[in-house]
Design a protein around this ligand. Sequence first.
Ligand code: SF4
Length: 231
Amino acid sequence: MQISSKDFETKTAEELVQWTIDRYGLQAGLACSFGMEDMVLIDIIAKLKGPITIFTLDTGRLHEETYQIMDRVRSHYGLEIKTYFPNLEQVQKLVREKGFFSFKESIENRKECCGIRKVEPLNRALGELDAWVTGLRRDQAVTRTETPKVLEDGDHPPLVKINPLADWTQDQVESYIEQHKVPVNALHKKNYPSIGCAPCTRPIEPGEDIRAGRWWWENPEHKECGLHPRN
Ligand code: SF4
């Protein structure tokens, strides 16, 4: 079936998740970094009782709080989380040659680190799937304003990428979490609206963009780690 993003624009998040479950089942995977959007999607998946794969990338540089929410998801929802780690030899080579903080030195070095710790494991995870689900939203960043709800993923053909929350606002995400008593990452209370690796994420100040704390030393248009090159 040819995917036309227009056909999905009016579908709700629940309808899109149900469509994903019906069409792909365990061959669809939710890529989860345990931010608020991912927790909303986990809650929707749990309520729909869908068989769908939930996976995460453990870069080796995550916050303690992120590991805690992973375990909370297991106990609260009884869901299994598939964890993908970076290639050991690539990490050893990077650290041996450039140290533990090379990503602060240039965009190239930052992309190299994200490539090893995130993109390669993501590609391995996606290699086992036919479709992937993400918590991307259009108003998260200037790099995400055109995000369709469903698209043929040109970066990972022949995968289909599903973004059920593409048209949600931050307020909608927070309301859902409150209304459904969804457990969340403790970092949010410490002013981290966007969750990433510990050394590359800082709390934001009042009035700052919600992704201002990610790679804060870079320009906004560079602030993607390579997981979502073209939205
Ligand atoms: S976010 Fe930072 S530590 Fe994590 S993979 Fe990217 S550059 Fe490396």
